[in-house]
Design a protein around this ligand. Sequence first.
Ligand code: SF4
Ligand code: SF4
Length: 349
Amino acid sequence: MCVTRRDFIKTTGVLGACALCCLPGFSQRSKFSAEPYTCEDELPTKFQLDVCTICQLNCVQCPTRQIRDENNHYGYMRFKDFKKFVDTNRVTAVELSSKGEIFLNPELLDIIKYAHKKNIILTAYSGVNGNDISDDVAEALVKYQIRDIQFSIDGASQEIYSLYRIGGDFDKVIANIKKINALKTKYNSEFPKMTWKYIMFGHNVCDMVKAKQMADELGMSMYYSTNNIPDYSPLTKKDHNFIKKVTKKEKYFLGFKTDLDVVKSEVCNTLFNVPQISYNGQLLGCCCNNYSFYKANAFETDLMTVLNNPDYLYSKRMITGQVPDDTSNPCSRCFAYKNMKKKGSFICA
Ligand code: SF4
Ligand code: SF4
């Protein structure tokens, strides 16, 4: 395991540590280094694997539709690819991040079981719609201790929920959550912890109180976010005052397009420490990359080569403000990078 120079000096009190840099496992790499990796110990061990880009819903502002449609990028991660990836690399945790719905991957059960066998922590925190969860998979979520699942449910009734989640069935989602809760009781398990993510629109503020009550009854925590595109079903000043009362927060998450600090600390940072890989091995970088792929494939090439892809390193340098914008780079099209550039506020390398 790598020890950073700072950690080494802290634990040993040795300031002149330069002579020790060549020892195995010693790395001077900083958290947001945009330098190429030089040894396997430096590589990340946590990944976001996009296990399925297919979705049964047609949400009004689906953020992932663009990259899927532009590249005809529809599919799911095969178990054999997942197995090869985790067998070949040092993997400690996987976020089942998805540009579609993870539960539509027909090999998800095998993926969950194998991850458990390899002691890999699984989460699905970036969001599921939860409309279709088979009994087998629901049981596996509990039995194999998936840590967190975040359900995107923007309403407390079919009428309101389906205004945005087109094609979604509110009752089916709630039934699936109850099914998981019954299994948690059966297995006496605290996992998976479940969160109700509520994107607040002008049209669903009316359901917020009921949603909170239902979440409490279902043992779920609430996560509120505003809509990323404020022109669609906008919130009025009156809505904002009401939201502050319901959420009991003066400030709440304003969505990735508005809250640059959050996107920098929770999304851009993943380029360095939790890279995202698509279902077929293509490197995506971060979960907000809805623009284009890096020309690197983690199922065909070794991880060090993949993560040392020149365009990928250039992205890291762009978002740390070390190099100018390159319009062919995925980050160049991203709202977060545009915002950073405008404000001159980059990630601190
Ligand atoms: S559930 Fe997610 S992936 Fe599916 S259409 Fe809605 S926003 Fe897009
Ligand atoms: S600038 Fe955008 S695409 Fe690039 S790492 Fe940050 S959020 Fe991802």
